[in-house]
Design a protein around this ligand. Structure first.
Ligand code: C2E
Ligand code: CA
Ligand code: CA
Ligand code: CA
Length: 274
């Protein structure tokens, strides 16, 4: 009885919008309103692309572009993420395979975001292996990006990730450092790559603490034998500092924004040969 609820107009708007998005999302997938963009993952020393992260986009007929930051959580809630995520995975694997075939020997790999709900799917491993078989992409050319918060149910997620890894699929911890129990997960999760969150990279050249955190993550990664990828690199100074600290890979607007595959054909043909 002492509970007050305050409804701001914006909260009502948000709920209404979420409802609209939830209803429209499943149709959007089938109506071709979704698109996968690709952002190159770069070898910082060689200055060449080694992979591409798939980032989904949605242009709603009435609302215009909707950010994945807004619609991925909606897709999670409604369960559409399972179909949507598999669609992104298949698009990305097919595209990266096409880039490989155009540049024989190319070491380009696909990096695909996997949401928490997808990790709970009992069919995840079979689905991923089926996509690889259909697209012809080698398992070793696929990285699955998961966030620390995704490991809601370790008992389901860890064996699935471990099994995928025995097939050669690599696992990246996305947005590393932003979760609340990062370090603990590292000892239990089968992991190959740490992606340093943009929030740390952006503080690199502005605060001593920012640099210290980045350096500590890179050292940790080295000790554990993992690859470090820094996200959100926007300036040459950040790229230089990261390299100085021992970070080998990165992505960010400095190199390229997420783009339609066709706009990356030329760049991808310059990929390092494996
Ligand atoms: P994320 O996985 O951390 O992806 C990196 C985000 O940073 C992307 O935003 C990218 O466009 C942006 N970014 C890259 N370089 C820079 C930079 O230099 N500066 C700045 N300011 N931003 C940069 P985007 O594409 O809006 O995606 C946002 C988030 O949505 C992603 O964060 C990811 O969590 C989620 N997401 C996107 N596509 C998918 C998907 O297919 N499946 C799932 N489950 N989540 C996705
Ligand atoms: Ca990611
Ligand atoms: Ca990230
Ligand atoms: Ca991030």
């Amino acid at each position: 009885k002492h509970l007050w609820k305050l409804y701001e107009p914006s909260m009502v708007d948000r709920r209404a919008r979420d409802g609209v998005l939830a209803d429209a999302l499943e149709d959007a997938l089938h109506a071709g309103e979704l698109q996968v963009l690709y952002q190159p993952l770069v070898d910082l020393a060689a200055g060449r692309p080694v992979g591409a992260e798939a980032l989904v986009r949605w242009r709603h007929r009435q609302l215009g572009p909707v950010s994945p930051v807004e619609f991925i959580p909606v897709a999670e809630r409604t369960g559409v993420i399972t179909a949507l995520g598999l669609w992104v995975l298949e698009e990305a694997c097919r595209q990266v395979r096409a880039w490989q075939l155009r540049s024989p020997g190319s070491g380009i790999y696909a990096s695909v975001n996997i949401s928490p709900r997808q990790l709970q799917e009992p069919t995840l491993v079979a689905d991923v292996l089926a996509v690889l078989a259909r697209t012809g992409l080698a398992a070793t050319d696929l990285v699955l990006e998961i966030t620390e918060s995704a490991i809601v149910d370790e008992h389901a997620a860890v064996p699935a990730l471990a099994l995928l890894r025995t097939h050669g699929v690599r696992i990246a911890v996305d947005d590393f450092g932003t979760g609340y129990s990062s370090l603990q997960y590292l000892t239990r999760l089968p992991v190959d790559v740490l992606k340093i969150d943009r929030s740390f990279v952006s503080q690199l050249d502005s605060t001593p603490a920012g640099a210290a955190v980045v350096e500590a993550v890179i050292r940790l990664s080295q000790v554990l034998g993992l690859r470090t990828v820094a996200e959100g690199i926007e300036t040459p100074a950040q790229a230089a500092e990261l390299q100085l600290l021992g970070c080998t890979h990165g992505q960010g607007y400095l190199f390229a924004r997420p783009m339609p595959a066709g706009d990356l054909d030329a760049l991808m043909s310059t990929a390092a040969v494996r």
